[in-house]
Ligand binder design. Structure first.
Ligand code: PGA
Length: 249
């Protein structure tokens, strides 16, 4: 039985003081939440205070990106050790906004995944097609290539630290959700690819999330699908009253 994960991707929202306010609300509601892993991923500048506030709570802390090198002359970048020191146990890698706006490639994402896992961080690897690719019937081709190229060279043991998030880019922040059936079809195939590439046991254990306009009103339908193990939530993770019902569901 895979434990569900509800992860909040705050993107470029919330200053450190706003972060503490939002987290105080979440902690009050979710301090000892059980049966689901809750993850919040605020911006880099909020991680240190967030880590302090979340100490001892069941809510886990993650970052939204990191660099693959351990340290050195990489102006503007953040390393895995910096995230760990702030109390992070997860990092989101390969989000479609990073792929599209910042031109991150699968090769770069693969280097980040390897460094993160080596350092003991869990990875939430995001993959997903854009609308044009979906309309051309290329969804599975794109998703498979992103999955395999971003995870190339990982052992079964390393795969234990990976959570996959299927996020069709056209459903992100648009209010358009893939139907639960569409999401299930793709996620089921992702599990199959993991089975063919690594093995059946790790495919059964790997948690695969759906992301893209997830809200309290659609979480039930998504979670009723056998292969969907949780959600990566953007917009609806920025308010306690929106995020808590998704987690509690
Ligand atoms: P959204 O974003 O929930 O606002 O669509 C999801 C994501 O980008 O992770």
């Amino acid at each position: 039985m895979r434990k569900p994960i509800i992860a909040g991707n705050w993107k470029m929202n919330k200053t450190p003081s706003e972060t503490l306010k939002l987290l105080q609300g979440l902690v009050k509601e979710l301090w000892d939440i059980d049966g689901v892993d809750v993850l919040v991923c605020p911006p880099f500048t909020s991680l240190a205070p967030a880590g302090e506030l979340l100490k001892g709570s069941a809510i886990k802390l993650g970052a939204q990106n990191m660099h693959w090198e351990e340290k050195g002359a990489y102006t503007g970048e953040i390393s895995a050790d910096m995230l760990l020191d702030c109390g992070c146990s997860y990092v989101i890698l390969g989000h479609s906004e990073r792929r599209m706006i910042f031109r991150e490639t699968n090769e770069e994402i693969n280097k980040k995944v390897k460094t993160a896992l080596k350092k003991g961080l869990h990875v939430v690897l995001c993959i997903g097609e854009v609308l044009e690719e979906r309309n051309e019937g290329k969804t599975m081709q794109v998703v498979k290539e992103q999955l395999l190229d971003s995870l190339v060279g990982l052992s079964v043991e390393e795969m234990k630290g990976v959570v996959v998030a299927y996020e069709p880019a056209w459903a992100i922040g648009t209010g358009k959700t893939a139907t639960a059936d569409d999401a299930e079809d793709v996620i089921k195939e992702i599990r199959e690819i993991i089975k063919e590439t690594w093995d059946g046991d790790i495919a059964e254990k790997t948690r695969i999330l759906y992301g893209g306009s997830v809200k309290a009103s659609n979480i039930k339908e998504l979670m009723s699908q056998p292969d969907i193990d949780g959600a990566l939530v953007g917009g609806a993770s920025l308010k306690t009253e929106d995020f808590v019902p998704i987690v509690k569901y």
